[in-house]
Design a protein around this ligand. Structure first.
Ligand code: G3P
Ligand code: CA
Length: 265
């Protein structure tokens, strides 16, 4: 179990760049990861799912329709869930044009490609296991991939802490991932009720939606020895508000504004 904290975190809060750099570039792409680096991010959040042939790729939604041209490329398919297409098919898709024509031709990356680019750019990673109920056992595939590549990631702090965090809204999946990767920090997404926080002291973090927590909630999390980095904080006034509640960082589409807010805090 984690050591009980006596005080709020003394460390500088971390700005986690959401879905790559979702305010500036198509989400969950290599261009997004590169943009996060250009904006000065130290750590990036992305979402992982599994293709029909068992490959891990970055994608937020259950289906490919919002962020790719899958309907035009494969007009005859009945369903466009990530798990309905093979990696080869998904590689044909344009994952950039929906965001801006300047990103035309951007591809859906594999987790392996993303890990390699993150390593090259010396970035840390918050990896969200997305829609796990559609991809039974995905946490085992993710653990295998992270064992191969994840330990080369760089930290979100000079000490290398939080270089890699695995998170999910499915707390059972977080638990299983933690058992597979006991040395990797894990985060529960969503608001764990105060009276249940003690059940999760094996985790490193609880990351709720930012409007769902107040200073007293943050204090409760810290008292149990965990950290909290709420999502998705995009307005400068909300950034200032969560910092004032004592969070250890926050997840944002606008890492540039976030760093200004943290510097001014
Ligand atoms: O990192 C947490 C945040 O990404 C959760 O929301 O929907 O953007 O995956 P969502
Ligand atoms: Ca996410």
């Amino acid at each position: 179990p984690a050591v009980v904290r006596q005080a709020a975190s003394p460390r500088v809060p971390v700005a986690v760049s959401h879905r790559g750099a979702a305010g500036h570039a198509p989400e969950n792409t290599i261009a997004g990861i590169e943009t996060a680096r250009e904006l000065g991010a130290a750590v990036v959040e992305v979402d992982v799912q599994r293709t029909a042939d068992g490959e891990l790729v970055l994608m937020h939604d259950a289906t490919l329709t919002r962020t790719t041209d899958v309907r035009e490329v494969f007009p005859d398919k009945d369903s466009y869930e990530v798990g309905d297409l093979t990696l080869e098919e998904i590689r044909e898709l344009d994952a950039g044009s929906w965001f801006s024509p300047s990103f035309e031709g951007e591809r859906v990356p594999t987790l392996e490609e993303a890990l390699e680019r993150l390593e090259e750019l010396e970035l840390g990673l918050f990896l969200e296991i997305k829609e796990p109920e559609r991809h039974p056992g995905i946490e085992e595939d993710v653990a295998d991939e992270l064992r191969d590549h994840g330990d080369r990631l760089h930290g979100s702090t000079p000490e290398g802490e939080r270089a890699l965090v695995v998170q999910s809204f499915d707390w059972e999946v977080v638990r299983r991932s933690h058992d597979l990767l006991p040395s990797v920090p894990h985060a529960l997404l969503g608001r764990v009720p105060e009276n249940r926080i003690a059940e999760f002291t094996w985790a490193e973090m609880i990351n709720p939606e930012h409007t769902s927590i107040d200073a007293s909630y943050v204090e409760q999390v810290h008292r149990h020895g965990l950290e909290t980095m709420p999502y998705t904080v995009n307005e400068r006034s909300d950034m200032d508000a969560v910092l004032n509640r004592g969070v250890d960082g926050f997840i944002t589409d606008y890492v540039d504004t976030a760093q200004e807010a943290i510097a001014d805090f």
